[in-house]
Design a protein around this ligand. Sequence first.
Ligand code: ZN
Ligand code: ZN
Length: 100
Amino acid sequence: MVWDDGHAGPVSLRRLRDACPCAGCMGETVLLRSFSPPPKDTTAPGRYELKGAVPVGNYALQFRWADGHGEGIYTWGLLRGLCECPACMSVRSSPEEERR
Ligand SMILES: [Zn+2]
Ligand SMILES: [Zn+2]
């Protein structure tokens, strides 16, 4: 995976899919009430099979999955937060470097 700023790092499809930010996966908070999604069916066929990625403006990517899912919009910030390279992992493990 290569990010927009040229940084490259590994992100597993499983990690990517489980981080899907759409309301159906992550739930949402409306007027201080939280809606929690049902437990994920991680055994659904095609769930971790990536069909394609579509750029959303210049700030995000939308992934399409083989199980038909594709609502999640992954901003670059979110994607970067999923990067599994040693540099990103070490930044995330030191609290004062944490940014959102
Ligand atoms: Zn989703
Ligand atoms: Zn990285």
